[in-house]
Ligand binder design. Structure first.
Ligand code: PEP
Ligand code: MN
Length: 333
């Protein structure tokens, strides 16, 4: 439920209303807008006497939010959320590129790629340390050692780092990681979502392989309901009947999510396509469709990559992609 309060309302009146709502089990999120204050109500909203609230002279209107996602709902927060990570900003017209290898493999590999993608214009470095592999016989990642190497690359380049967490038990290892990724396979690991909601880390939440946008936003809601509102949504392709590509990039998810939610939306063309030659066109399409950022797998030696080599592009290709993105953004935005 949302209460739109008149800009002339006295702070005392607002305070009394909030206290009364808290008293009947309702949590109030207050947001100052251009034409007054928006009060987003969460919790026991069935206890709220809508007619009574409506009759208060400083209340403009009361709207029931019918969608089950509330905090992530655009109605709760009409303006785009802008998330700051080090020097980078995401959302509300700010664009950021995250690039790096699928997996951290060695000091030379991650530091070399970090320097190259930074030089090409990436603002954040990605690198998987805990890898969710389909086969238990595939490379599982360097785990805590991988995070250490990422931190080295961060120290050398000054870039913020992004890495995937797979379970609550390893959360301490992520203490100095700037953005914690929840991968597609864990999008509905509700205990993990709740735990990360209790941290103050920026969370990059990937869409599940076969999840609807509503389910996606409900997962964001889990994080936000636990207190952490810094969530970035990432469309990374969904499973369809098509087998020519690893997944199918759902371009319509970008404008739809932006309509449904105020959270920043980024696109991962690498996992969507599964093929290096498709990364460029998909990334450009995502930018044109309004994505707030991209996350791209870049490797210095894709043929020998320990994970996802076929979808990894080389640093030079990433550099020209960044130039083209710049062109598209300067024409459209
Ligand atoms: C990844 O980003 O390395 C990854 C495993 O992605 P996804 O969860 O989208 O498959
Ligand atoms: Mn990968």
């Amino acid at each position: 439920m949302i209460i739109y309060v008149d800009e002339q309302a006295e702070p005392k009146q607002l305070e009394t209303l909030k206290e009364w709502l808290n008293g009947i089990g309702v949590e109030v999120h207050s947001l100052k807008g251009e034409n007054g204050t928006i009060l987003g109500l969460l919790g026991e909203t069935q206890n709220v006497d809508v007619e009574m609230i409506q009759s208060l002279d400083f209340v403009r209107k009361v709207v029931k939010v019918k969608e089950p996602y509330k905090s992530s709902n655009r109605q709760f927060h009409p303006n785009d959320t802008i998330i700051e990570i080090g020097e980078a900003k995401l959302g509300g017209g700010h664009f950021a590129a995250i690039a790096g290898p699928c997996s951290v493999e060695s000091t030379e590999q991650i530091c070399g790629i970090a320097k190259a993608v930074k030089e090409a214009g990436a603002t954040m470095l990605r690198g998987g340390a805990f890898k969710p592999r389909t086969s238990p016989y595939s490379f599982q990642g360097l785990r805590s050692k991988g995070i250490e190497l990422l931190l080295q690359a961060k120290q050398i380049t000054g870039m913020s780092i992004v890495s995937e967490i797979m379970d609550i038990a390893s959360i301490d290892v992520f203490e100095h990681v700037d953005v914690i990724q929840i991968g597609a396979r864990n999008m509905q690991n509700f205990e993990l979502l709740k735990e990360l909601g209790r941290t103050d880390k920026v969370i990059l939440l990937k869409r599940g392989l076969a999840n609807t946008l509503k389910e996606f936003l409900m997962s964001a809601e889990y994080i936000m309901a636990s207190g952490n509102e810094k969530v970035i949504l990432c469309e990374r392709g969904i499973r369809t009947f098509e087998t020519a590509t690893r997944n199918t990039l759902d371009i319509s998810a970008i404008p739809m999510l932006k309509k449904m939610s105020h959270l920043p939306v980024i696109v991962d063309p690498s996992h969507a396509a599964g093929r290096a030659e498709l990364v460029r066109p998909l990334a450009l399409a995502a930018v044109a469709a309004g994505a707030d950022g991209i996350m791209v797998e870049v490797h210095n030696d894709p043929e020998r990559a320990l994970c996802d080599g076929p979808q990894s592009i080389k640093p030079d290709d990433f550099k020209s992609l960044m130039g083209e993105i710049e062109k598209i953004r300067s024409v459209l935005f």
